[in-house]
Structure formats: C-alpha cells, structure tokens
Design a protein around this ligand. Structure first.
Ligand code: G6P
Length: 477
C-alpha cells in the first residue's frame, strides 16, 4: 500500500476477483461476474488505484493484496450479512425495485439495519485507503449510503458515485420505506452519475419530492441546518462502456478466429446461429426470447438444424428465491422446446449454465449471426457492446431491447424491440436472420463507430474530469 493512501479509490460491492481459499490455505481467484467489473477493471489498472470490495465468499478474513495490476482491499462479509445485505436488501429489495418491479421487492426492516452497517464498513475501508485530497469513486446500488458516511469521515476527499443500474421513476422509488435516507446517502457525493438522462432526471425529481433542497437542472443545492448553502451536487448521465479496442483486438487474434469456426462446426454448421448471453436474471428477458424462438419453430418459420440458438446463462445470486424460480422456468422451457423440435445431435437450444473466459466469449460472438439482447430493463447491457466490438468483419445483427441503456446510444443502427411484444420480437428475429449482407454491414459499421469511440476510458475520463472540476471551496465551506 502507498504510505499515505491512494489518490484514486474505487469502492464497489465486489472486488474484480472472486477469491477461494483451499483447505491448505492457498488462495486462488477467478474473475467476478457482471458488467460493473467489465467496465471498471481497466480504469483501476491504468490509474494505479485501489479497489475496495467484497471477495465473493462469506467470512473471508483477507489482507489487502495485489492481483492483475490492482491493489485490492477486501471487506469481509459474514454469512448473515451476505443473507441480509447482499441477497436480501441489495438483491431482493433494491434490484427488483430499481428494475421496474418486474419481481415484487421485499421490504424487511432487519435487512435495512444490516445494509446500513455494511455500508458503514465500506465507508470506513474507503476512508482508510484514500490519500489526503484523494478521489473516491463509489459504485452501484449496494452502496448508496457510502457517500454520506464517507464525507463525515473524510471531508477532504472528492466523492463520485455511479449507479450502474436504472434509477426508477419516483412513483416506484417512493415505495421504499427508507427512500429519504437513500437519497440523503447519495447526496453525500459531489457528482452522481447515471446511465441515462432519464435515470438522472428520476433522481432529481426524487430529491425535489423527498427533501427540502432546491434543484436547478442537474444541480442540487445542499444546505446546512441554518439554511446556509453548503455544497452543490451534480446528477448527470455518463453512459458506461467496455474496453472496446482490447476486445476488438482479442477477437481478431488467429486463435479466436479459429475457435469461432470450430464452434460452428461443433454445432453442426447451422445456417443461422442465434446467441443469447446473460447472467441468469429475470431482468434479461430470457423467457421472452425463448418463447418467441419456440413459436417461430412451431410455425415452421425457422427450422432445426438450419437454425440453432446458443443461450449462455451464467449462474447468478443462486440463493435468492426469484433466481431459483427463474432457473426452473427457463430450464423447463428449454427442455420443452428441445423435446418438441430437437433432432439427434441437433438440439434447438444449446443451453449453458456456466460462464466462459473472455476468449471463448469473443469466439462465440464472432460465430453468431444474430445476437439477442431482449432485457425487460437493463441499466446499460455491456454484452451488446462486446458483440459489436468483436465484429470487425462488419457482419452479424444485433436485436436490442428498447429498455436497455444501450438502446439510447445504439438504437439507430440495431434492430430495436419491445420484448413484451412477442409478435414484434418474432418479426425482429426473422428480420435479423434474413438480413442482407449489405444492410447488416451498414448497420454494424455504424454500431462499431459508436462503441469504438465511446469506450470505457472515455467514460471514466469524462466522469472523473467533471468530478475534479467540482470547485474545492464547495467541498469545504
Ligand atoms: C450488475 C450490477 C453489479 C453486479 C453484477 C453481478 O452488473 O450492476 O453491481 O456486481 O450485476 O451481480 P453480483 O450480484 O453477482 O455481484
């Protein structure tokens, strides 16, 4: 550790690696799941910063360590904290609430208590890792109270917060019994970033409705007990991205190109390969996608073995009931469709319930003719951007839900769908499978321009530049 701390400290629920400690005490680690890690890893690697987060298992008493060119500061979570803070409040209260209540959120006072305690521990760990005057960048819905707690501990640091998931409309957010504390927690930051303009606007509206503070456009004026102006907080959109050039380069390597061909051969050389890649989450619209595909097979509009679907569904939050239910539902549906339409050696759906290394993902993207991103609600969806970054051959088609943050940026050139509209979704899938190479090329070139220009380096630089521009006098008065 740097003697007086780090100039940039990233604070997120998860470290970028999941640590496992073997019986002999030996530590091994694997990459953590999800879009947040995909985006932030290159930022921390290139800035010599520290990353404060949880190591991915209960009761890990680990000292800070270095991995993949990052200084990682583990925050231990007990089994009970995992149940009540992570599986409970974060993923059974906030996650469904912030994603359009696709699943009903559960409200438990005990979970809220533990959420506060754990947020305090993250704030303390961040305070201990930050150099004087450092920038601390807090991430996502699991840690919304950290900005305020950290400001109390370390008034000298600049605090940014970025919400990777949607911020819901007031009418939904207002259901949260602790809505005011959450808003106040976030307002401890100098800059609060969201994926979309609509998310930032929802937050500002919540501030106006739930506090006495005044707002003007993106700026919220925070006043002290006597009404004196203390600080200004900005709430603005900063659409996140991936390390596009690295992904593009990976997909161009002979090994990945070769592997893409092998995958097609292993799948029996279908004419059209459809692909879905998601964490197994009810926000991703996996059932809608499979239902639409099943109906197209039923109607004979698509036929096996000419067409096949590969669905990679990486395991996620497996102790939360809604996720267990989803897994059952998806697996019943996949089994039924394979039973009805599969042939020897040619299932209609290749369903994979595991995650793959980046090289294999790049090969899969390259092998796929059509990428299906049909989320019912998604902060951004970085899988869509990975698919585009992999397609330097300008081929392939992206079917993209209008309920993803990515649709704001890529909607013009992707084939947009409302995944609730099964008829529309079927028409979009057919369009994508029959698309002429010229049209596909035209669309993909536009998509690639956007994704290669707006990469994660630009995202973090823009966010940190705005954060650094916060006048210091605002922070200390
Ligand atoms: C989304 C969230 C992240 C989260 C990831 C994986 O991308 O925005 O905060 O880390 O999903 O979910 P998990 O619960 O496994 O961390």
């Amino acid at each position: 550790m740097a003697s007086d701390g780090y100039d940039l400290v990233v604070v997120a629920n998860r470290l970028p690696v999941d640590v496992t400690v073997g019986e002999d005490g030996e530590q091994t680690w694997t990459r953590s799941p999800g879009g947040l890690v995909t985006a932030l890893e290159p930022v921390v690697q290139q800035s010599d910063g520290a990353w404060v987060g949880w190591g991915g298992a209960a009761d890990l008493g680990l000292d800070p360590f270095e991995a993949d060119d990052m200084w990682l500061v583990p925050v231990p979570l007990s089994r009970q904290e995992l149940e009540e803070y992570y599986e409970g409040f974060a993923n059974d209260t906030l996650w469904p609430l912030y994603h359009d209540v696709i699943q009903p959120p559960t409200f438990h006072r005990q979970w809220w208590e533990v959420y506060q305690n754990v947020n305090r521990r993250f704030a303390e760990a961040a305070a201990a890792s930050a150099a004087p005057g450092a920038t601390v960048w807090v991430h996502d819905y699991q840690l919304q109270l950290v900005p305020k707690m950290l400001r109390e501990l370390r008034p000298d640091v600049r605090i940014g917060f970025f919400n990777h998931i949607p911020f819901p409309p007031l009418e939904i957010f207002a259901q949260l019994p602790w809505r005011q504390q959450v808003v106040e927690g976030l307002l401890g930051a100098d800059l609060i970033g969201f994926q979309r303009g609509g998310d930032a606007a929802n937050f500002v509206r919540a501030v106006r409705r739930l506090t006495d503070l005044t707002t003007r456009g993106q700026v919220i004026t925070v006043t002290g007990p006597n009404g004196r102006v203390e600080r200004h907080v900005r709430a603005a959109p900063f659409p996140i991205s991936i390390d596009s050039r690295t992904f593009d380069a990976l997909a161009r390597t002979p090994e990945v190109q070769q592997r893409a061909k092998e995958i097609r051969t292993e799948l029996g050389d279908p004419e059209v390969l459809l692909l879905g890649v998601d964490r197994l989450d009810y926000t991703k619209g996996i059932r809608h996608r499979i239902k639409a595909y099943g109906e197209l097979l039923e109607e004979g509009q698509l036929t096996v073995p000419q067409v096949t679907l590969v669905q990679v569904a990486s395991p996620s939050r497996e102790n939360v009931g809604a996720y267990q239910q989803l897994r059952d539902d998806v697996e019943v549906l996949v089994g039924r469709i394979n039973g009805d339409f599969g042939e020897f050696g040619h299932p209609a759906i290749h369903y994979m319930h595991h995650s793959y290394p980046m090289e294999e993902m790049a090969a899969l993207y390259l092998a796929a003719d059509v990428m299906l991103v049909t989320a019912l609600r998604d902060g951004m969806n970085l899988v869509a951007k990975e698919y585009i970054a992999a397609r330097s051959d300008d081929r392939g088609a992206l079917v993209l839900s209008e309920f993803t943050g990515a649709a704001d940026e890529l909607g013009g050139a992707a084939i947009l769908v409302n995944p609730h509209d099964i008829a529309g979704l079927k028409a979009a899938i057919l369009h994508a499978t029959r698309i002429q190479p010229r049209e596909a090329g035209r669309r993909m070139r536009r998509l690639r321009r956007r994704v290669l220009e707006n990469d994660v380096a630009r995202w973090s630089q823009t966010f940190l530049a705005v954060l650094t521009a916060v006048p210091v006098r605002d922070q200390h008065v």
